[in-house]
Design a protein around this ligand. Structure first.
Ligand code: SF4
Length: 364
């Protein structure tokens, strides 16, 4: 059976992914147009032509004891970034409301730091309850390593839908990127969260000097963990980063990565995540054939295209935004329904570091 047929069988769920085949696909052994065709089938089967929009909120910034090389908040970062302890509850609730009214399928709460203490976990649980009570929106928390299964239980009892903890890169490449925790710590967190009954979100960052084989390994590992949500991030060289051998990512290679992750994880939510603007460039719309979700209005450290511009991009590519339109702000309702085109906000490729103002836009 040739590579094309083997990949089709994996995409159809008839066999498990094989690292060597995925690496060959990344290395260009099959034309991109054919790879896109294979990856598009499960995307259409499980998600139709819908795109889910996620909005990320940094609720705690800086003060981190970890040294993840890709992150401007790491303890060894030389550049100054706005740092603050947990935002006030009212501030976070207001931001949750804005996300809800602008059509977010999921609101992602992101905190810096190694992982929560029990006291912080209880604080997050309280916040989760309050947001869910006011805004019937799916919630994700990204708060670092969870070593104690009891902490995961506290979050599950509060009604947390999903917990994000990325594998980021392969086991062997992890030591190149971070020294303060291990790949196994990350796997343990995923297992603790999953065992507590919370849905797991875990993905990667491509472009940190890894090989196609590393990327293939992560794709297969995520499949073996049965991860239902996979953010595919493309490395953003933020000022002060410490990734020694960043790779060049072409738009076509980014498309290949998305295809390989879709084929290996046919029914998972594949998110076209950080860096889509600068790495995919004018291939973003083509990426919708494979990925079924994205972030608007920015990532961990960096601003991205705003919701208005992204909604236009989605409609113009012939896709629909997956949103309950009943309680939306009227402007966003008509944008989501495709009834109006909006003047562009932040342009594609216009990626700047988040400022204190961006990070704390609702601060008193
Ligand atoms: S990614 Fe998270 S844990 Fe790693 S340095 Fe940044 S804030 Fe800290």
């Amino acid at each position: 059976m040739d590579l094309r047929e083997r990949l089709k069988r994996v995409a159809n769920g008839e066999s498990m992914p094989v690292e060597a085949d995925l690496a060959l696909a990344l290395r260009g052994e099959i034309p991109l147009s054919e790879l896109l065709g294979i990856a598009e089938e499960p995307r259409r089967k499980y998600f139709g032509n819908k795109i889910q929009v996620h909005i990320l909120d940094n609720v705690r910034n800086g003060y981190c004891a970890e040294d993840c090389g890709y992150c401007a908040q790491r303890k060894t970062a030389t550049e100054e970034i706005p740092a603050y302890s947990l935002k006030k509850e009212q501030e976070i609730l207001k931001e949750a409301e804005v996300a809800f009214r602008s059509g977010a399928y999921r609101f992602c709460i992101v905190t810096s730091g190694t992982g929560p203490s029990e006291k912080q976990t209880v604080q997050y649980a309280d916040l989760i309850r309050k947001i869910k009570e006011k805004y019937p929106m799916r919630l994700c928390l990204s708060a670092g390593i969870i070593k104690d299964p009891h902490f995961a239980q506290i979050l599950a009892e509060a009604g947390l839908d999903r917990y994000n903890h990325n594998l980021n890169t392969s086991e062997s490449h992890t030591a190149e990127i971070v020294t303060t925790h291990t790949f196994q710590d990350r796997i343990q967190t995923i297992e603790n969260v999953r065992d507590a009954g919370i849905s797991v979100c875990s993905g990667l960052i491509a472009g940190m000097g890894e090989s196609p084989e590393d990327l293939a390994q992560v794709a297969v590992r995520l499949r073996s963990l049965n991860v239902p949500s996979i953010p595919v991030n493309f490395f953003l060289p933020v000022p002060g980063h410490n990734v020694a051998h960043a790779s060049t990512l072409s738009p076509d290679y980014c498309l290949r990565i998305l295809c390989v992750y879709r084929i290996a994880n046919p029914s998972a939510e594949i998110r076209i995540a950080a860096g889509r603007e600068i790495h995919l460039k004018d291939k973003q719309q083509e990426a919708f054939r494979v990925g079924n979700s994205l972030f608007v209005s920015g990532y961990l450290n960096v601003k991205g295209s705003d919701a208005r511009e992204t909604y236009n991009l989605i409609h113009n590519a012939g896709f629909e935004i997956d949103a309950d339109t009943s309680e939306l702000d009227p402007e966003f309702r008509s944008l989501i329904m495709g009834e109006q085109n909006s003047p562009a906000g932040a342009q594609s490729g216009d990626l700047r570091m988040k400022t204190r103002e961006d990070l704390r836009s609702f601060a008193e």
